[in-house]
Design a protein around this ligand. Structure first.
Ligand code: FAD
Length: 490
């Protein structure tokens, strides 16, 4: 299953319309109203203004580095139909190996006609649609997509990526790296992926000790933490994952995943399990529980998993992890995210007629993120918090809540994706907080689903980065408390 492709095909059939964007806060963040100032809210606004001051009007790579990326994002934000067809095209491109196949796709999706595109884009698609002129146009398209992908990917292979990881470290940022690849289709591919991870661990273990010391990113409040940090996606490690056969799926995965955790422990490398779609949620949590309670790993603290705040089960997930830590007697890290598969989950649930696992109001996800932030901070000695977001409101809320609760600054960290929010990450780091950059490594082909998720996320009219950098919404509006109608128990 290719998540991005399934999603785009479905979006094409039944587009999800979220209304036109205006700069009014009420429209951008459905359900958000600026609350009467409380001392917490006042502190959030004050901290956000101080951070913004440190950003000196800089823009993230996403909106500044690649001219092509800016153009594609602009076009996608203006025209929903074009966005759906365009992202479908980007997703399919690596599989269209000949010029004729690209040309056919352009014709099938009529990318070359009846679109309000800038002249240059119309000309490229028109040329690509004609077999006689396709070659230079297809070459241009491939160059553009490759350039766009580079904004989000640190290198095609480990050797290329190491230079960027080292540069990040010199600039004061920790990293977690992930080998792009998901939804593996064969056992051979999964074995190959596991072997690449084992090589990555060995390679990082050799490389990172040579780097200069940095007290903020090399330590937490208790002492040194691993410099090398990897993130794993389970769908790339086993071809036959089935939520109906959780036990069998976990058993098969364990054979591939356990050796990665054991080698990581031997080499002082941190391992995080990323959480993907709802179908894999139960399998991922069950597997994590089995791995971290394994007799050889029980006392290894440098392991982590993700909680997705958009899930209606997120609070139970957090409680389950707390119980797990109490059972095993060693802390773990929890990366708190909102969730990267929102469009897919909504479409998939509708398509299969099961209850939607995610909130469908952005304010509910944002409010849940803040509620889980507080829960993490209350238990920071058992669940080391890693706040992963590019939303300044979500992050500043976490920083202020941590300060209010006297949580030591190095007891938690902030995480951001490579290419997404450089001004924010520099500003947070300049306040003496540990910031970790999620840095994917991989070939264009393997990176396409990841690229499409980033494009979808940043062109959604609920996106924080879009509101801030594309719509130019002011900080006070962006710092509004998310107003949720959901009553949170527990
Ligand atoms: C370091 C790092 C690691 C990550 N790892 C993972 C991972 O393992 N698994 C994973 O799933 N994601 C992961 N993500 C992605 C993350 O889940 C978000 O997709 C991304 O960070 C955007 O959220 P935001 O808070 O930055 O931005 P915002 O713009 O504030 O939030 C966007 C998010 O809000 C949610 N949303 C959008 N519209 C609605 C709506 N109508 N109703 C309800 N909710 C809505 C979606 O989750 C969307 O991604 C990671 C992100 C980072 C920074």
């Amino acid at each position: 299953m290719r998540v991005a492709l399934v999603l785009i095909v479905e979006l094409k059939k039944r587009p999800i319309t979220r209304g036109r964007t205006t700069t009014s806060t009420r429209t951008i963040f459905e359900g958000v109203i600026i609350m009467a100032p409380s001392s917490l809210q006042a502190k959030i606004l004050q901290t956000a203004e101080a951070l913004t001051e440190r950003m000196k009007g800089e823009k993230p790579s996403l909106f500044s580095k690649s001219r092509w990326l800016r153009l594609i994002l602009d076009l996608a934000m203006e025209d929903h139909e074009f966005k759906v067809d365009m992202f479908h095209f980007v997703d399919a491109l690596p599989m269209l190996t000949t010029n004729e196949q690209v040309s056919q796709h352009v014709r099938d999706y009529r990318l070359h006609e009846k679109r309000a595109l800038p002249l240059w884009a119309s000309a490229v698609f028109k040329m690509a649609s004609n077999p006689l002129t396709a070659a230079p146009a297809v070459a241009t398209i491939r160059t553009i997509v490759t350039e766009i992908a580079k904004t989000f990917i640190v290198g095609r292979d480990t050797a290329e990526a190491l230079a960027t990881l080292r540069r990040l470290h010199e600039e004061g940022f920790a990293f977690t790296t992930d080998l792009l690849g998901e939804s593996t289709v064969s056992a051979a591919e999964a074995r190959q992926y596991q072997a690449r991870y084992l090589d990555l661990i060995r390679c990082l273990a050799q490389e990172v000790p040579r780097w200069q010391a940095d007290a903020v990113i090399d330590n937490n409040h208790l002492g040194p933490i691993p410099r090398a940090n990897i993130s794993l996606k389970l769908s790339a490690l086993e071809a036959h994952l089935d939520s109906v056969d959780t036990e069998g799926s976990v058993a098969r995965l364990k054979e591939r995943v356990l050796p990665i955790f054991l080698l990581a422990q031997q080499n002082n490398v941190f391992v995080n399990l990323d959480v993907e779609t709802w179908e894999l949620h139960g399998i991922t949590y069950d597997l994590f529980e089995e791995i971290v309670t394994h007799p050889d790993l029980r006392s290894y603290p440098h392991v982590g998993i993700v909680v997705q705040a958009y899930l209606k089960t997120a609070h139970e997930d957090m409680q389950r992890l707390l119980d797990l830590v109490r059972k095993r007697g060693t802390p773990i890290t929890v990366r708190l995210v909102k969730g990267a598969y929102w469009d897919y989950e909504v479409v998939h649930a509708r398509q299969h007629g099961y209850p939607c696992p995610v909130f469908t109001r952005k304010a509910d996800t944002d409010a849940n993120y803040e509620r889980l932030t507080v829960m993490l901070l209350q238990h920071f000695e058992e669940l080391s918090p890693a706040f992963a977001s590019h939303n300044l409101r979500s992050l500043v809320h976490a920083l202020v809540q941590a300060e209010e609760r006297n949580v030591p600054p190095l007891a938690y960290e902030v995480q951001m994706l490579y290419g997404m929010a450089e001004p924010e990450r520099k500003a947070v780091r300049s306040m003496g907080r540990r910031v970790r950059v999620y840095a994917p490594i991989g070939e264009l082909l393997l990176g396409m689903a990841y690229l499409v998720r980033r494009l979808l996320e940043n062109t959604a009219n609920t996106s924080f980065l879009r509101s801030r950098y594309h719509e130019g919404t002011d900080i006070a509006s962006l710092m509004a408390t998310p107003q949720s109608s959901i009553s949170f128990n527990g």
